[in-house]
Design a protein around this ligand. Structure first.
Ligand code: NDP
Length: 472
């Protein structure tokens, strides 16, 4: 009996996705570049092996799937995908669909979509979030492609997606690169969220001299409150874990240099391209870059020393409560920025990205899943075209309640020399966004002074240059 769907790439994500697909009652054919991995995978599949057809050649793989064939490609992003697509294309027939489920740059997805537009085969660019666990038991899935191709894959994707209150966390978000764009911004927000959590950890560790286990306890408490989320939950687990080699807290033996694969950087770049302020995401990407300069940082610490800590907060419990609220306030800024980037991209690329739906499908399955996203869903459902999440009634109330805590935390960190680039960027974002009279009047005057760029006057008079002719 032929399979209903095929999957190429039995790495971490592909093998788990294949098991998830098989478990939901779909017959699936699988193929991997290195054939021994296919055999190994069939061995790991246990009771699900009967639903899986392992193939060692592309010919065998294509023949094992019932036409018209949906084929998921879940391999290393970049050139590997183009190579795999080129190898696959000659074997495919009318109405077959290639689905790139890796972390593609959406610009590559748009190019691939256009390249296949002249052939019998359709292309879908699909963002999948949730890591290994999500892929196995229910990821959040962001789909871009034609509506017709989406309709064909909707049943199988719905069956494997995570569920939030019985609603599947999968949606068609628009044509060509829409799915991969949204996945990229998801990852950008994830970078910001992780950076802000790490900054708060730094204040507790280096400012209050707390142990990893004690800090883990605090995150555990926070996970019961408004910060309830997967990232806070795993932060508690990570902080409480012990290194089997040394018996010390696991985090205390891990090198403080963060890796990155590109999606955070792409979010920051696309935000800049669209002229949307995404300072939280940018701070997080720069934070990872600086973290990787470990040798330089160690040398600089020798050169400059560390600033003395500010006087310890008088009421430690109140300061810890401030940290919780500061994290919430900063998180609001990061999500507001991420959604603003998507809103602008939606116009720029003619996608009509559905904001409430995006928030909805991020509520479960993905790495940034949280209670908070349910509140974002409600806010965008009420007001889908709002300019900025922070001005929706529910979030405005939250900002008013928490921004003073963010200010105290950033001030304390600054006086103690503890780096908080993402938290402080959030504070500056709020402070800039809510000030009706800013300081760009001076920048406009300077631009006009040296470059005759012109300015608008508050009184609307039709005079656009200052009295500085001949002064430069
Ligand atoms: P792995 O490193 O575990 O697996 C990589 C897979 O890609 C292997 O099957 C490998 O085959 C295949 N591959 C590599 N190069 C080629 C090539 N030139 N031609 C054909 N196949 C190739 O990666 P992951 O499963 O972690 O990631 C897969 C994709 O999913 C990536 O785009 C990643 O960014 C994305 N992703 C990953 C997440 C994660 O948490 N890990 C989460 C969400 C998305 P072989 O066995 O022959 O080497």
């Amino acid at each position: 009996q032929q399979a209903e769907i095929g999957l190429i790439g039995l790495g971490v994500m592909g093998s788990n996705l294949a098991l998830n697909i098989a478990e939901k009652g779909n017959r699936i054919a699988v193929f991997n570049r290195t054939p021994s991995r296919t055999d190994e995978f069939l061995g790991e599949a246990g009771g699900l092996a009967g639903q899986i057809i392992g193939c060692h050649t592309i010919e065998e793989f294509v023949a094992a799937i019932r036409p018209p064939r949906p084929i998921i490609i879940m391999i290393k992003a970049g050139e590997a995908v183009d190579q795999q697509m080129a190898a696959l294309l000659p074997h495919l027939a009318k109405n077959d669909i290639m689905i790139d489920a890796g972390n593609a740059n959406f610009r590559d997805t748009v190019a691939r979509f256009e390249r296949l537009a002249g052939t019998d085969v359709t292309f879908i660019g699909m963002g999948v979030s949730g890591g290994e666990e999500g892929a196995r038991h229910g990821p959040s899935i962001m789909v871009g492609g034609t509506e017709e191709s989406w309709k064909r894959v909707e049943p199988v994707l719905t069956s494997i997606a995570a569920k939030f209150n019985d609603e599947p966390c999968v949606a068609w978000l628009g044509t060509d690169g829409a799915g991969h764009f949204v996945k990229t911004i998801h990852n950008g927000i994830e970078y910001a969220d992780m950076q802000m959590i790490a900054e708060v950890y730094g204040i507790l560790r280096d400012g209050l001299n707390m142990s990893a286990t004690e800090i883990g306890e605090i995150f555990g408490q926070w996970n019961k409150g408004r910060l309830n989320s997967y990232l806070i939950e795993i932060t508690e687990k990570v902080l409480k874990a012990t290194d089997p080699e040394t018996g010390r807290p696991m985090v205390d033996v891990i090198v403080d240099a963060a890796g990155q694969k590109g999606t955070g950087k792409w979010s920051a770049i696309e935000a800049q391209n669209l002229a949307v302020a995404a300072s939280g995401i940018e701070a997080a990407v720069s934070g990872r870059v600086l973290s990787s300069l470990r040798e330089e940082r160690i040398a600089a610490e020798k050169l400059f020393g560390l600033p003395a800590l500010a006087e310890a907060p008088k009421d430690k419990a109140a300061f810890i409560a401030d940290l919780e609220n500061a994290l919430l306030a900063a998180k609001i800024a990061a999500y507001a920025q991420g959604f603003a980037v998507m809103s602008s991209a939606s116009e720029e690329f003619n996608w009509s990205l559905p904001m409430p739906t995006i928030a909805k499908i991020w509520r479960a399955g993905c790495i940034i899943r949280s209670q908070f996203l349910d509140e974002i869903t409600s806010a965008f459902t009420r007001d889908p075209d709002v300019a900025n999440l922070v001005v929706t009634p529910a979030f405005a109330a939250m900002v008013k309640e928490t921004d003073a805590a963010l200010r105290r935390v950033v001030a304390h960190a600054a006086l103690s020399g503890l780096p908080v680039p993402a938290l402080s960027s959030a504070l500056s974002y709020f402070d800039t966004y809510r000030r009706g009279r800013g300081t760009a009047n001076l920048i406009q005057a300077q631009r006009d002074f040296f470059g005759a760029h012109g300015f608008d006057r508050l009184d609307g008079k039709d005079v656009h240059h200052g009295p500085w002719a001949g002064q430069f």
